[in-house]
Design a protein around this ligand. Structure first.
Ligand SMILES: Cc1cc2nc3c(=O)[nH]c(=O)nc-3n(C[C@H](O)[C@H](O)[C@H](O)COP(=O)(O)O)c2cc1C
Length: 217
């Protein structure tokens, strides 16, 4: 299919699922920049979703539809997407339980290989500068690799912010340092890198989708 030709798969196949969990808004702010980066690629759209909190009695914690913000994700969102941006606050150097809980319900998709060959990227928000951004980002990649997803990061080439940032922003994925009180605004470097990650992910998905009959990588 040539450049400039409109292309569209079945429901959602030109959409990047931007799936995140956020309590204080740091991860959500990154998700918004990533979604803008996705939307900057012709023909690609973000589908923004979140996951509910979990507790000892999970069914009673949240109503089926959140009071505000994006809808809760369903497994169909993963099935239908052309790519995935997965975001979580750092919790003790790892992803937050609500996101892990959602991923732990994806066995059927894993069995069918529904996500195999789709591109994915990860993002996180921490309280402190050295509080585990890289460990969180790398550990978030593990279940995605089990699903056969193709991880997309950020290259130093073309992203000078990676070398100069004094806040977040890594080659492993987008990140934000929210500070001890969680109130720090997303810095210009963090915002640009999150946008670039969304754009790169959408470009990868678009390239992979250009020949849907080719064997999946
Ligand atoms: C249980 C818990 C564990 C946390 N662990 C870490 C950590 O390991 N490193 C860190 O820098 N911040 C840690 N934080 C702080 C959050 O990562 C930080 O506030 C983050 O910006 C929250 O993201 P959000 O604004 O999207 O909710 C922790 C917070 C909580 C509640």
């Amino acid at each position: 299919m040539g450049a400039g030709v409109a292309w569209q798969y079945d429901s959602g196949m030109n959409e990047i699922l931007v799936l995140y969990y956020s309590v204080h808004g740091g991860t959500r702010a990154l998700a918004e920049s990533i979604a803008q980066g996705v939307a900057s690629v012709p023909g690609m759209l973000p589908r923004v979703r979140t996951v509910p909190r979990v507790g000892a009695v999970v069914e009673r914690v949240e109503p089926p539809v959140p009071a505000d913000g994006p809808p809760f994700a369903e497994l169909a969102d993963l099935q239908q997407c052309a790519g995935l941006a997965l975001g979580s606050p750092t919790r003790f150097g790892n992803m937050a339980a609500p996101l892990k809980y959602f991923l732990d319900q994806t066995s059927a998709l894993w069995l069918s290989g529904a996500l195999a060959g789709k591109p994915a990227a990860v993002f996180t928000s921490t309280g402190s500068l050295h509080g585990g951004q890289e460990s969180t980002l790398l550990s978030m990649m593990l279940p995605l690799l089990h699903h056969g997803m193709l991880l997309v990061g950020l290259p130093y080439a073309g992203q000078p912010d990676l070398m100069t940032t004094r806040s977040g922003g890594t080659p492993y994925g987008a990140s934000h340092v929210a500070g001890a009180d969680g109130g720090a605004a997303v810095s210009a470097e963090e915002q640009r890198l999150a946008f670039a990650l969304g754009r790169r992910l959408a470009e990868a998905a678009r390239r992979l989708a250009l020949d849907p009959d080719a064997p999946r990588p």
